[in-house]
Write a protein that binds this ligand. Structure first.
Ligand code: ADP
Length: 189
């Protein structure tokens, strides 16, 4: 299955991705994780990305597109994948469309995890990653609203979006996602 996770920082995409990718035996393609790994390894791409990440800004589209494009070439993506944190801008979405069209592999679903802003703030400040200070978190939420939230329309127009209530415990959210996935699989059979 080819899936994309959509939702603001702190919505729980990372947490839900862990069981979901195991459940479906597909790789987890988190651009945030890939970029942080590149920063740690000190690669050229990582060096270029570091400042943006620290300030809560999006890295330039070319970098995000490059890292995802290369990852999708890996053989384990043939059986499907879960995109987490990509696409985040209109040009990333256009690049993804072109890539998937070339492969003849459209997305099956876009899972839209919905969580109110006060809950997001509380979760992110509790998590305490280096880019989880109040100022940087607020910046990331702003960037999400301005750049990423509008992309939903593109996928809604193709009836690919499944809204999910992201409030409550991780287990409760998991159950909601599992129900959607199982329904989709039953229909596809
Ligand atoms: P969160 O969803 O909590 O912001 P991520 O791990 O998805 O966490 O992203 C962390 C940071 O990595 C972002 O603030 C941004 O700087 C960078 N990043 C991740 N994905 C992308 C992307 N698709 N395009 C541009 N920048 C990205």
């Amino acid at each position: 299955m080819r899936l994309a996770f959509f939702g603001p920082p702190g919505a729980g995409k990372g947490t839900q991705s862990t069981w979901l990718t195991a459940y479906l035996s597909i790789p987890h393609l988190s651009t945030g994780e890939m970029l942080r790994a590149a920063v740690e390894q000190g690669t050229e791409l990582g060096q270029a990305a570091q400042k943006y990440i620290e300030f809560g800004q999006l890295v330039p589209d070319e970098l995000a597109i490059q890292i995802v494009g290369e990852r999708l070439e890996q053989p384990d993506c043939r059986s499907g994948f879960l995109l987490d944190g990509f696409p985040r801008t209109a040009s990333q979405a256009a690049a993804l469309d072109a890539l998937l069209e070339q492969r003849g592999e459209p997305l099956d679903m876009v899972l839209n995890l919905i969580v109110p802003e006060d809950v997001l703030l509380e979760r992110l400040l509790r998590r305490g990653r280096v880019d989880d200070t109040r100022e940087v978190v607020q910046k990331r939420l702003q960037v999400f609203q301005a750049e990423t939230a509008p992309l939903l329309k593109r996928y809604q127009a193709r009836s690919q979006v499944r809204p999910i209530d992201g409030r409550g415990t991780p287990e409760e959210v998991t159950q909601r996602i599992k129900t959607l996935i199982d329904q989709y699989r039953t229909k596809a059979d």
